[in-house]
Design a protein around this ligand. Structure first.
Ligand code: A3P
Ligand code: MG
Ligand code: MG
Ligand code: MG
Length: 354
């Protein structure tokens, strides 16, 4: 008997593993003019575009009817100025797609020697990520490189893919090429992949290996609580986190890292609380920045809500809509963090009145 979503899990793991191999090799060869600045001033590299082309190609071959909510689009690349970048993206994506088949990989997913795509097919694959999202039906959400700033610094980033059914996240895969396989050995082997399926638990595997390890968020011993938070002060209100830490009498320094690697670290107990509060009014969190992390935390026995204690709603479109902030933690810790967050918010409100 096969478990629900077993094919989807295999396809998603394959697509994310191939994209991780691609981004790792891109990093070593990245040159200055291979990074663009998007309209919102955030960076995007040949790595982001080619990883989206690879994952979308695999998904649309394996599940042709499934829409994809992907972070990137090919508009800039289709313009004349994008010609050199486009060439490079096509080369990288084809290299990743045509590599020899590994265990569990199928030629009918568009993979293996001889499966090169034309530039137009790959630009269309990138644009296949333009689905607006919504409450009904099956759809994937993809962040081809989450933590692009971390990627550019040679630090943490993640290839993130999730499947949603009727607005509910049922499968999440997060590939972290730079994350140590074992937190206790920071200079040891790097590169791991995390997968969670709703109702079936979660596991971690080395990117280079087999033998998955099941994951559960460990209970926190008093005095050992610590925060996981963004590196970029523009992405999350780090001052606010500091105040919440004080309210919780936390003495350990926060662990700062880019991307959904934070959710992975929470899942295996490398940190105890992921808190992300907006730095400006009106910012709406993107579903691809949280969907795989959401199902990972839940399947590891944790709790994830917004700052009002409301569930995250993935069925409202490309963003989390009315959710405000994200709090993820083990089930023995979450209620205390939520209370401290609300206290810190009340203090801020008082201060702004004064
Ligand atoms: N002003 C802002 N507030 C919150 N998140 C932001 C932001 N500007 C960009 N981001 C998001 O923060 C993500 C990275 O989060 P983190 O700081 O945890 O690494 C980015 O993902 P990308 O790197 O995929 O664009 C981007 O979607
Ligand atoms: Mg981005
Ligand atoms: Mg992102
Ligand atoms: Mg991204």
């Amino acid at each position: 008997m096969s478990f629900p979503y077993s094919t989807e899990k295999q396809v998603a793991l394959t697509a994310v593993r191939r994209a991780c191999a691609l981004t790792s090799s891109v990093f070593n060869k990245l040159v200055r003019n291979e990074t663009l600045t998007k309209d919102d001033k955030s960076p995007v590299t040949v790595g982001d575009y080619s990883a989206q082309a690879v994952v979308n190609t695999v998904l649309s071959r394996a599940f042709p009817a499934d829409p994809i909510v992907g972070e990137e689009d090919a508009n800039e690349l289709r313009q004349k100025s994008g010609e050199a970048l486009k060439h490079r993206i096509v080369e990288l994506a084809n290299e990743a797609l045509t590599a020899d088949l590994g265990i569990g990989e199928m030629a009918e997913w568009g993979l293996g020697p001889g499966q090169e795509r034309t530039p137009e097919e790959l630009m269309d694959a990138i644009d296949h990520g333009s689905d607006p999202g919504g409450p009904l039906g099956r759809r994937w959400t993809l962040d081809p490189i989450d933590g692009t700033k971390g990627f550019l610094r040679g630090e943490q980033y993640a290839v993130c893919l999730a499947l949603m059914v009727d607005g509910e996240v049922v499968l999440g895969v997060i590939g972290c090429p730079n994350l140590p396989v074992n937190n206790a050995e920071p200079d040891g082997q790097k590169g791991c992949i995390f997968v969670a399926v709703k109702g079936q638990g979660a596991e971690q595997t080395a990117l280079s290996g087999a033998n998955p390890t099941p994951l559960t968020i460990p209970a926190v011993t008093p005095g050992t609580l610590n925060f996981l938070e963004s590196v970029e002060a523009a992405h999350s209100d780090l001052e606010f986190n500091n105040r919440v830490s004080e309210l919780l009498n936390i003495t350990r320094a926060p662990k700062r890292m880019d991307s959904q690697a934070k959710y992975c670290c929470l899942a295996r107990g490398d940190g105890s609380v992921y808190l992300r509060m907006p730095t400006r009014a009106g910012y709406k969190e993107k579903i691809w920045d949280h969907a795989p992390g959401f199902v990972l935390v839940r399947e590891c026995g944790g709790i994830i809500t917004d700052s009002r204690g409301q569930p995250l709603d993935f069925g409202l479109g490309r963003t989390l809509g009315e959710n405000y902030g994200v709090i993820a933690a083990g089930k023995d810790v979450h209620a205390d963090v939520l209370a401290a967050v609300q206290k810190a918010q009340a203090e801020e409100k008082e201060k702004s009145k004064a």
